[in-house]
Design a protein around this ligand. Sequence first.
Ligand SMILES: Nc1ncnc2c1ncn2[C@@H]1O[C@H](COP(=O)(O)OP(=O)(O)OP(=O)(O)O)[C@@H](O)[C@H]1O
Length: 238
Amino acid sequence: MVMPLVVMTGVASGYGAARVLHDVELALAAGSVTALIGRNGVGKTTLLRTIMGIRPLDAGTMIFDGGDIGRLPPSARARAGIGYVPQGRHIFPQLTVAENLETGLSALGPRGKARAGVPDHIYDLFPKLAMIRGRKGGLLSGGEQQQLAIGRALAGAPRLLLLDEPTEGVQPNVVQMIEAVLLKVRAEFGLTIILIEQYLDFAWSFADHYAVMDGGRIVRQGDTAAESAADVAHLVRI
Ligand SMILES: Nc1ncnc2c1ncn2[C@@H]1O[C@H](COP(=O)(O)OP(=O)(O)OP(=O)(O)O)[C@@H](O)[C@H]1O
């Protein structure tokens, strides 16, 4: 059997005394896309933060590519190959599009520092960003900011990409474009992806697997090809 790229066992995490994640068990095959779904406040964002190392691993183990990353700081996890597109995008408003993208190169370590500028393939994936590369991040539309946040994460050449609600606050035609780009990078780079997504139609069109969170645990998971979104909608509805 091929070793999964990510294996989480008994993962617990939270915010100080407020324990949010309890005993999370999740394994991701290399090249797979998993939609992480669930009601508001059940711990989806906290799980991505814990994988990235922004929240501490209070219990359990986190294996990435055969190595234990559970105690590594976020910068080391980024260098190991984990890219993160946070909810709200967190782009730098005073930096230009090009400068924002360059911050993503730090995940490449010394290779990134030696690199002159943003790799062409990022602008090829997002032609709009090439057109507005000199514009300040704070002036971009929601859809442009989302493209920038994804482009910045991809500039670090991750093998695991964590996407927190890429469709939030983005117009339908931009959602389609983002979906097309994600499918392309997945096919070209064999990326493994975890996607937090409220729109089940989008989740089902893009992901191979789904995992439902409730109360800080994964309470159900399966293949999107084997079940319809309607089968799990009641677990997600507010
Ligand atoms: N910085 C923080 N400090 C303390 N508690 C927090 C913090 N961030 C989130 N929480 C709490 O952790 C719990 C899980 O939040 P989390 O954002 O992980 O949920 P979520 O499933 O991603 O929800 P949403 O879909 O609304 O983004 C919630 O009860 C939330 O209030």
